[in-house]
Design a protein around this ligand. Structure first.
Ligand SMILES: [Zn+2]
Length: 72
């Protein structure tokens, strides 16, 4: 895992990532944060690009291994 992925995450992306690790779906994340679902999906798309993952389970696993650095 390139360290740069951690540094590239924006505060909003970190927030979305933390919520996904609690098991919330993207629709629920959008609702909780008061954002449009399309906006939440864009954040998720960027998270996939930055972390090199292609689905939510992989993204959540990535986040769990980054609790001590960028996601905590
Ligand atoms: Zn990290």
């Amino acid at each position: 895992m390139p360290r740069s992925a951690c540094e590239q995450l924006t505060p909003t992306e970190r927030e979305v990532l933390r919520m996904l690790t609690t098991g919330l779906r993207v629709t629920a994340v959008a609702k909780e944060t008061g954002r449009r679902e399309s906006t939440a999906r864009t954040h998720v798309k960027h998270l996939h690009q930055k972390t090199g993952t292609h689905d939510i389970p992989a993204l959540v696993r990535w986040a769990e291994s980054h609790r001590s650095c960028c996601v905590g």
